[in-house]
Design a protein around this ligand. Structure first.
Ligand SMILES: Nc1ncnc2c1ncn2[C@@H]1O[C@H](COP(=O)(O)OP(=O)(O)O)[C@@H](O)[C@H]1O
Ligand SMILES: [Mg+2]
Length: 275
């Protein structure tokens, strides 16, 4: 078990621009710095198009930053790592594999023998309460069940860190709330470090112990908030609602600012520069 006070994943001066042919494109992220401690539940909040998925892909080693570094267990992260799992917004299940085969897939491609991983697969299926559905195929599952399979597939390999990119945003509110509770119970059982990206303010406050807000153009960290003990996991606590209102205003300001900036660029009042 990794000690909780240990930094497990950190970003140092991260920035990212997507190149346009030979030219450097607009910067999506700039000067991002953070430390994530082992066992934390961190949420990253920001408006759509603000660079959240880009940041998460960089954290998972799927994308390399234009500058800056990621450290994982104190070592530079050079690419994808089996100890960092990722759940995407679209669940990316293999349609030709049933639930248990989807969950076992990671072990199978690594050439592991069934007897060495079957217990881990069964434990993951039980953790997401899908034992009754293990032989069903993705087209036979509801949206919420598919996301549970995607989460089970990631936790089966027992990652140290699980990155989740808006995993519940396609679900209706009731289902979303059930899956949020269910994710919290997995976090409590496994003490996996969770980093969840969302544009939903309530979700960011409810799930996070620490909440990072990104915004601006290029995206920077606007706020880093420790959720206070009094409103922690209490959706209807007055401090929860106050924080929600504060963040709504911050995101609204960010949206207005970026719209104004876009218009000014179109009118050539502002240069279409890297920043
Ligand atoms: N592969 C890519 N190539 C070029 N631009 C990209 C690529 N991925 C994302 N972007 C751009 O980066 C910005 C941030 O995107 P993204 O990280 O998906 O934001 P979010 O997840 O917050 O909605 C957007 O303007 C998007 O168009
Ligand atoms: Mg996204």
């Amino acid at each position: 078990m990794i000690a909780r006070e240990q930094v497990i994943l950190s970003g140092h001066n991260l920035s990212k621009s997507f190149s346009k042919g030979q030219k450097q494109g607009t910067a999506v992220l700039a000067n991002i710095n953070f430390d994530i401690y082992a066992g934390d539940f961190v949420t990253i909040l920001g408006q759509s198009g603000g660079g959240k998925s880009t940041l998460l892909k960089i954290l998972g080693g799927f994308l390399s930053p234009t500058s800056g570094t990621i450290s994982f267990h104190g070592q530079p992260l050079k690419g994808i790592d089996p100890k960092i799992g990722m759940v995407f917004q679209e669940n990316n299940l293999y349609p030709w594999l049933n639930v248990e085969q989807n969950i076992a897939f990671g072990f199978k491609i690594r050439g592991e023998k069934l007897r060495s991983y079957i217990q881990k697969v069964n434990a993951a299926i039980a953790q997401v309460s899908l034992s009754h559905a293990r032989k069903l195929y993705p087209h036979q599952l509801s949206g919420g069940m598919k996301q549970r399979v995607a989460i089970a597939r990631s936790i089966a390999v027992q990652p140290d860190v699980l990155l989740l990119d808006e995993p519940f945003s396609a679900l209706d509110i009731q289902l979303r709330r059930r899956l949020q509770d269910f994710l919290l119970s997995i976090w409590e059982q496994t003490s996996t470090t969770m980093v969840l990206v969302t544009h939903n303010i309530e979700e960011a406050i409810l799930l996070g112990q620490k909440l990072i807000v990104i915004g601006g153009q290029p995206g920077k960290i606007l706020e880093s908030i420790d959720i206070s003990a009094s409103c922690f996991r209490h959706r209807y606590h007055p401090e929860f609602i106050q924080l929600e209102q504060y963040l709504e205003a911050a995101i609204e300001k960010d949206i207005t600012f970026r719209e104004a900036q876009r218009t000014a660029r179109e009118l050539k009042i502002l240069k279409a520069s890297n920043n």
